[in-house]
Design a binder for this molecule. Structure first.
Ligand code: OFO
Length: 172
């Protein structure tokens, strides 16, 4: 059985993961409209992955005798000034999510909820990967700058990252 404070914190994280899914879905749509198919595919896959993160938490709360709640979500940005701006938003969002997971892990310690502490280790590892991936993509985008040919090649490149992420999401 989880305590009320852990349940509230897990439900907050459920909302954050659901919002992440919507944020990346909006990015997928914007990238698709700009004609960058690879970037769009990557964002669709990220969006699906975030939904899986949300569902994993959701099921855990109910399995532990709590009540997983569907909350209203904040709306994501729908437009971006540039691809660089979009990937900066993604990177900053992943840092925000990592901080939120850290706080959650800290709370489980304070509450001596070692089962939830153990469950959350998966998210800790996942955030290290997601942050590293976002940083790597942002570094590439910074190198490309305003070069359209570079952006075209990057779009092809990111299809491979997206295919790897897709098989990971299927394994969750
Ligand atoms: Fe759920 O990992 Fe990104 O946000």
């Amino acid at each position: 059985m989880i305590s009320d404070s852990i349940q509230t914190a897990l439900n907050k994280q459920i909302r954050i993961e659901a919002e992440s899914s919507q944020i990346y879905l909006a990015m997928a749509s914007w990238a698709e409209l700009q004609g960058l198919e690879g970037v769009a595919q990557f964002m669709y896959t990220q969006s699906e992955e975030e939904r899986m993160h949300m569902l994993k938490l959701f099921r855990y709360v109910n399995e532990r005798g709590g009540h997983a709640k569907v909350s209203p979500l904040n709306g994501p940005d729908l437009e971006f000034g540039s691809f660089k701006e979009m990937f900066e938003t993604l990177f900053n969002h992943e840092i925000f999510v990592s901080e939120s997971i850290n706080e959650l892990v800290h709370l489980t310690f304070e509450n001596k909820d070692y089962a939830t502490h153990n469950f959350l280790q998966w998210y800790v590892a996942e955030q290290i990967e997601e942050e590293a991936q976002a940083r790597m993509i942002l570094d590439k985008i910074k190198l490309i700058g305003d070069n359209n040919a570079g952006l075209y090649l990057f779009d092809n490149d990111i299809k491979q990252i997206s295919a790897a992420a897709q098989s990971k999401a299927e394994g969750l």
